[in-house]
Design a protein around this ligand. Structure first.
Ligand code: MTE
Ligand code: MO
Length: 242
C-alpha cells in the first residue's frame, strides 16, 4: 500500500519549498516518477480508495482520495479492540468503545473533502457521533478552551478550539463512503472536520483531550494555519480546487 503525505507550503519561500522537497525525497528513498509540485511530493501513482483494482492509479489522478500518513505505516485496529480515551479538563474522563460510539445518536453528512495541496473528493458520505455530544457527555471544565486530538499511529495530532469542536458538522466518524472507515482511511474511528481542510480530519483517532489553550497539531507546528477553513486559510484559495 502506497501512503502519501505533504509538506507545509504556507508562505514558504521557493527555496524552502525545494529544500523540503529534497528532504522528503531523501526520507522516502524513492526518486523514480516523483516531482515536487507546490510542495506536494508525489511518489509514483497514489493508490486510490474507490478503485479496488488499483488500475486507475496508472492514470493521472482525478477527484479521488489519496491515502495520507505522516507515519511510515498504517496502524491496524479491529473495532472490537478500539478504545477512545477522553481526558484533560473534563468532569468525566474515561474510555469509549466502538460499541459505545454506535449506541450514541448518529449523524450523517455528505460533504466535499479537500486537501490543502489541491485534491478534492466531491460529496463524500460520512457517519458518526457528533463531537459536541461526546464533549457534553464528558463535561468540559470552565477553563477548557480547546480540544487536542491524538492518533494511535503515535505521530499525528490535531487541535480545534472548543467553539469549533462544538460545531454540528464535526464528527467522530465510524463510517465513510457507505461502509466502515477502512484501515487506510484511519479506521475504525477518525475525526471529520467538515468545514476545514483535510489535515484537521485526524485518522486513527485515539485520544480527545480538553486543554486550557490550543496545542498546535502536527502540520500546524510545521506552518499550517490552526484555523483551516476551506477557502479561507493557508493562502491556497486560488488553487485548492484543481
Ligand atoms: N493520523 C493521520 N491523520 C491524517 C493525516 C496523517 O498523515 N496522519 N493526514 C491528514 C491529511 S493532510 C489529509 S488531506 C487527510 C487525508 O485523508 P485520507 O488519507 O483518508 O485520504 O487525512 C488527514 N489526517
Ligand atoms: Mo492534506
Amino acid at each position: 500500500m502506497a501512503l502519501d503525505s505533504h509538506e507545509p507550503v504556507t508562505g514558504a519561500p521557493i527555496g524552502r519549498r525545494v529544500a523540503l522537497g529534497l528532504f522528503g525525497l531523501g526520507a522516502l528513498g524513492v526518486v523514480a516518477g516523483s516531482k515536487v509540485q507546490d510542495g506536494l511530493i508525489r511518489v509514483l501513482a497514489p493508490i486510490q480508495s474507490n478503485d479496488p483494482t488499483g488500475l486507475s492509479s496508472l492514470f493521472p489522478v482525478g477527484n479521488t482520495f489519496r491515502f495520507y500518513s505522516v507515519a511510515s505505516h498504517a496502524p491496524k485496529r479491529r473495532a472490537e479492540d478500539y478504545r477512545l480515551e477522553v481526558s484533560g479538563l473534563v468532569a468525566r474522563p474515561g474510555g469509549l468503545t466502538f460499541a459505545d460510539l454506535q449506541s450514541m445518536p448518529q449523524t450523517e453528512l455528505v460533504r466535499d473533502f479537500q486537501c490543502v495541496t489541491g485534491w478534492r473528493v466531491p460529496e463524500v458520505p460520512w457517519r458518526g457521533v457528533r463531537l459536541s455530544d461526546l464533549l457534553d457527555a464528558a463535561g468540559p471544565a470552565p477553563e477548557a478552551t480547546a480540544v487536542r486530538f491524538t492518533s494511535f499511529d503515535g505521530v499525528y495530532s490535531e487541535s480545534l478550539t472548543l467553539e469549533q469542536a462544538r460545531r454540528p458538522d464535526v464528527l467522530v466518524a465510524t463510517s465513510l463512503l457507505g461502509g466502515p472507515v477502512s484501515r487506510y482511511h484511519g479506521g475504525p474511528v477518525r475525526l471529520f472536520v467538515a468545514p476545514m481542510y483535510g489535515y484537521k480530519s485526524l485518522k486513527w483517532l485515539g485520544g480527545i483531550e480538553l486543554t486550557a489553550e490550543v496545542v498546535p497539531g502536527y502540520w500546524e507546528r510545521r506552518g499550517y494555519d490552526i484555523d483551516a477553513w476551506v477557502g479561507d486559510s493557508n493562502g491556497r484559495d486560488d488553487d485548492a480546487t484543481s
